[in-house]
Each structure stands twice: as C-alpha cells, then as structure tokens.
Design a protein around this ligand. Structure first.
Ligand code: G4P
Length: 526
C-alpha cells in the first residue's frame, strides 16, 4: 500500500477561474475527458446564471443543483490524483469563489485571447495574490482572431501584477492559426482540420529544423523564430520556485473547445504544481504529511429537497487520513462526530468514500450544525485561519413579513448566514437587522430560499450604506470615542464584532483620517 506521504505527494488540488465566458466550463470538461472521469462532451454543465435569467428562480435552483454535482471533480491522470474545485460563474457569488480558493493549492486562470484580462479575473487574482497561490494562465480561443501574444503577455503582467513566462507560443490566430510551439518540450502542435474536427498533431521539431517551414510555411517559420528570440530576450527562463511562491505565472496558449493545447497544460501542471502544503491555524502550522487528520469546512450546500433541511458541508482535508466511521472532534462545539457516508464526486456521480487523504475534499452530511471555517481534528483544539469574509457592498434591512413565522425566519437567516450566503449586522441605533451582500442577486436568493426552505417570509427595506468595515483598536479610549460619535452608524456582526457602516466613501475616508489608532478592516475571518 502506498504510504501517506506518497498519497499526498501525488495529489493536485486546484480551481479553474475565469471571467464569465472565457471558457472555464469548456476547459474543465476537457480536463475531465483526459482523466476519463467523463466520456462525453457536455457532461459538465455551465453553472452560469445568465443576466436575463436572474428573476427566474428555477434557474437559480438549477444552478444550485449543478453546483452541488460539480463542486469537486476528481480523477486520476498519469499516476496523479487530481481534484478540481468548481467556482460559481456569476460574479454575485464571488464570495463563494473566494472561499473555495482557500481550499486549493494552485489555480489555472483562463483568459479569452480576444478580450484579454477582464474585471472578474483581476479580482480573483487579487485573492490568489493575498494567499500566494501558484497560478498558471491558459490563453483560450486562439481559433478566433486574438490580440497579439506579446500584447497579451504584457497585459497579464500589468493587470494581474505577476511576472509571466510563456511556455508555449502561438503561430497566428483566428483563420491564420497554425498551432502552438511548445517551448518547454521543443515540439510543434499543429492545428489541423480532419473530418471537420480540429485536432492537434504533435511533432517533435527544434526551431532550426528545415522541416519547420514545410509544416507552417516559410513566412510563419521565420516569424516564429523571431518571436521566440524575443521571448528569450524579454523573459527569464522558467523558475519553478518562483511559480510555487506565486510570483511567476507560466502561460499556455490554446483552444479549449477544440481540445487544443489542453494536454500540454495538464501534463505541465501535474509536473510543476504543488502537492498539498502546510496550512496555518491560530496556534501552529499544520503539515499535510502529519499522521493525524485535520481539516476545515470551506463551503456548505443546502439540500435541494425543501422537505429536509439537511446540508452538505465540504471539508478540505489538511493533514493525515480521513476515515469513514471514525470519530472526529468538531472543535467549535467540542463534540465527537463520525460520518457514515462521507462523499466524493466523480463528475456527476456522488459516491461514498472509505478513506481520503490530505488535499482531498469530502462532503459531510450536516443537519444544520456546521459553519464555514469549522475545524475537525483527532482531538487537538485547532482553528484554521485565513478563510475570508469580505466587506459587503449592498445592504438592506430585512423585515419579517409573516408575524406567525418569526422563529422560522430567525432560524432561516441564521443558517443561510452560516452557509456564507450573506452577512448579518444588527444596528446599534435601533436593533434592526441588516443584510449585507456582495451582489444584488443574493437578496432574491435569500427571499426565495427563506420561503421555500423555512416557510418564512421577508421583506426588504432600503438603507443607504456605502460600505461596512470591521473596526479594531488598541487605543480603548479612541475606540470608545469613535463608537460614541458614530453611534448611528455602528452595528455588530454575527460574532458580536464592531462594524462601522459608512454612509459614503467620503465619510469613510474622513473617519480613517480622524481616528488614526483605529484599524478599518475590509475583510474579516470566519
Ligand atoms: P465559462 O465557463 O468561462 O463561462 O465559459 P464556457 O466554457 O461556458 O464558454 C463560453 C463560450 O465560449 C461557449 O460558447 C464556448 O463554447 C466558447 N468557447 C470555449 N472555448 C472556446 C475556444 O477555444 N474557441 C472558441 N471559438 N469558443 C470557445 P457559447 O456559445 O456561449 O456556448 P455553447 O453553445 O457553445 O456551449
């Protein structure tokens, strides 16, 4: 039997992230096809909620169904165990994506070659940078007319604030697209149409091979040579350590829909991406290879059946081996718990797993006791850190619209907040409850789910708040003074922490300047 160390070493846990429409779903599907996890194209459904469908709640339910099925997809490839964590496509669910990024060891960013770096990509990269997550870039849609490769590389470097190193280089794009030269292996992958399907024909060819011109035309061969000279002039040789530190992104070019350049991406990824690494807790660093199991919940999914309020909690195993039926300590409650049917996901199939290792994700059945950030161990009282909660930007008062259902409403709000759907604040001024979200869609989701899962009705009322931020200070006097003066703008979050609700960006700026001893925090932790 393989040792724990070997099992961990062969694991690669990552997420594919992209601006909507860049090709994340398509690329994920091709990766799964390689791994044999699925056999037909179209098995991975896009979890996009189209803007036009926001009022269509069936669409939201459909999306929730899909995102359970595709939350984690695992497969084996060339001796490696690959775990791909899916992230929601709609930017109103960006917080869910940020939390998912706390459970991965690496990231592949997909960029549309015609559009370049887009807004969502930039935001997601900020989260990767905060955590020094190693990133690899796949420039997609080369079969369409794209921006100049050097222009794209510069844009990625500037916009994503990371050094880049192309490991492959395209020859043309759109109708003139000939293929990709793999700098790492010195091989040419030709983009060829056979039976109206594009295929990649890989040929080992060094640049000085006289046959190069025969394959791609003399003009293209000369241009490629020039471009590659420029690559070696402009970019340092690839340095894996810099990649692992999150400072350098290797870049690949291809076309996901045509399955072109995907194998090169996957095989390089397996070779250079990190295996599960150490994770910080409040008291110490946990190494992945420690014998004892530790892990944390990074995502909670409500059951799709409204008659049962059961949920599925996703546990990232940070160290050791997770075993079915074994007792684990739920650190927050101090209770021992065992799980008779922990699940893993193979594309659309969910199956019970007996043993899982550090790096893996298991789905745990939850009857409403877990929260995002909860830690499980074999007895040690640990708490993993770094699971972010971002300052929301949209706010509404939530009011009970059915006095008979007060309890149901309170319970529903409580559980939805535990799932990380939105954040709840209580105003110090009047005790009213305020819900803060990152996107407008969440208000509709909350209202719909309260009604369908908790038989409770809510009503929204407007409140003019620009931003909420957590405040802390070592200067008790200044803090008390601030809270007194800003009494009408103060609230507490679910954990009782002080929150300042700034009316305008100007008011926030002024407060920051006038109270230098107060720290205004725009992220907090679960
Ligand atoms: P997302 O998950 O990042 O949002 O993107 P998704 O994979 O759903 O792809 C968005 C659109 O881009 C899809 O077209 C998809 O077929 C197309 N696409 C993906 N990769 C490539 C590529 O390499 N070349 C070209 N030309 N197109 C690509 P759609 O019309 O929105 O959907 P569909 O009807 O084709 O599925």
């Amino acid at each position: 039997m393989a040792s724990l160390k070997d099992e961990i070493k062969r694991r690669r846990t990552f997420a594919v992230i992209a601006h909507p429409d860049a090709g994340k779903t398509t690329l994920t599907e091709k990766l799964l096809l390689f791994g044999g996890a699925i056999h037909v194209a179209g098995a991975v459904k896009s979890n996009k909620i189209k803007k036009t469908a926001t009022s269509d709640f069936m669409e939201i339910e459909r999306q929730r169904g899909i995102s359970v099925a595709t939350s984690v997809m695992e497969f084996e490839y060339q001796g490696s165990k690959i775990n791909i964590l899916d992230t929601p496509g709609h930017e109103d669910f960006a917080e869910d994506t940020y939390r998912t990024l706390t459970a991965v060891d690496a990231v592949i960013i997909v960029i549309d070659g015609a559009k370049g770096v887009e807004s969502q990509t930039r935001k997601l990269m900020n989260v990767c940078r905060m955590r020094s997550t190693p990133v690899m870039v796949f420039v997609n849609k080369l079969d369409r007319p794209c921006k100049d490769p050097f222009e794209l590389l510069e844009e990625i470097e500037q916009e994503l604030q990371i050094a880049v190193r192309p490991l492959s280089f395209p020859i043309g794009s759109g109708p003139s697209f000939q293929g990709v030269y793999n700098i790492y292996d010195q091989s040419l992958a030709l983009f060829k149409e056979v039976d109206r399907q594009y295929i990649a024909e890989s040929i080992h060819l060094t640049l000085d091979d006289p046959e190069l011109g025969e394959y791609i035309g003399a003009g293209n061969a000369a241009e490629l040579e020039e471009n590659l000279d420029m690559v070696s002039e402009l970019f340092e040789p690839f340095d894996r350590d810099l990649y692992l530190q999150g400072l350098l992104a290797p870049v690949f070019f291809g076309s996901a829909v045509n399955n072109f350049g995907v194998r090169e991406l996957l095989e390089t990824f397996i070779r250079i991406a990190p295996s599960p690494h150490a994770a910080p807790t409040e008291s110490r660093i946990v190494e992945a290879t420690e014998e004892k199991m530790t892990g944390f919940v990074f995502k909670i999914h409500a059951n799709m059946d409204p008659n049962h309020r059961d949920r599925l909690a996703f546990l990232k195993i940070c160290s050791g081996t997770f075993e079915r039926g074994k007792n684990y300590l739920h650190v927050r409650s101090g209770k021992q718990m065992k799980f008779s049917s922990p699940s893993v996901f193979l594309a659309e199939k969910k199956s019970v797993v007996d043993v899982a290792y550090a790096g893996d994700i298991v789905g745990l059945h939850d009857t409403g006791n877990f929260k995002i950030g909860d830690t499980f161990t074999e007895g040690e009282k640990l708490k993993f850190t770094g699971i972010p909660s971002f300052a929301p930007e949209m706010f509404r008062y939530i009011e009970n619209a059915d006095p008979q259902k007060f309890k149901q409403l309170a319970k529903g709000i409580d559980q939805l907040m535990d799932e990380g759907v939105a954040q709840l604040f209580t105003s110090s001024l009047n005790g009213r409850k305020i819900i803060g979200t990152v996107g407008a869609l969440q208000f509709e989701v909350i209202q719909y789910r309260l009604e369908h899962e908790y038989s409770a009705k809510c009503r929204w009322e407007p409140i003019a708040i620009h931003k909420a931020c957590w405040i802390e200070s070592d200067n008790a006097e200044q803090l008390a003074d601030f809270k007194r003066r800003k009494f009408t703008n103060m609230a507490v979050d679910k954990h009782g922490r002080d929150v300042f609700l700034a009316d305008t960006s100007y008011a926030l700026q002024l407060a920051i300047e006038k109270f230098p001893d107060i720290r205004f925090k725009f992220t907090s932790e679960f």
